[in-house]
Design a protein around this ligand. Sequence first.
Ligand code: 5GP
Length: 202
Amino acid sequence: MTDGTSPDLPARSRLVVLAGPTAVGKGTVAAAVRASHPEVWISVSATTRPPRPGEIDGVHYRFVPDEEFDRMIADDDLLEWAVVHKAARYGTPRGPVMEALAAGRPAMLEIDLQGARQVRETMPQALFVFLKPPSWEELVRRLIGRGTESEEERARRLATAREEMAAEKEFDVTIVNHEVHDAAEQLVGLMVLDHEHPPNNL
Ligand code: 5GP
């Protein structure tokens, strides 16, 4: 994918979808973008999992009961949704994404691979960014670092991570997460920023 002027660079986009393997640090990179680039609108996902300590409804996620998530699916309110880690459902509310784009705001979704594949079907004009760990060993360290999982659980996580790493080729761009702020800046560099919409107007 190129913009015609720089054959080696992908065309920048107003909508960026950030995905990558579990434990690569997508959430941390998204938080760094939020902190340093308030002009970038970041989607707040709906989820059926309960909040963790410190998480605020409407800020980190919209925490919804199963019935509400069912309703959102039935009403076609979600741009994409998936069951993540066989545990809970997560989805991107469609309306706010469309409103942000209609208002000319650069927008970002931080979602899992299954979700990114669905958005690829419905919004192929988005730019799909794969966040990659500096090395396989580093990802393994982050995945099983706490050492609290059983041998079986560790094996399952590693198998999933290997599959997730193989998805890199489906993406337009890869960013290596060596350092969170650097990764965040690279990500924002891929977005079309609209300077007619300064942060204090948003
Ligand atoms: P956590 O529960 O740790 O906040 O997130 C678990 C996983 O859910 C992460 O891999 C994150 O990317 C993914 N996720 C968060 N929101 C969404 C969403 O709206 N859709 C999809 N498909 N995945 C999501």
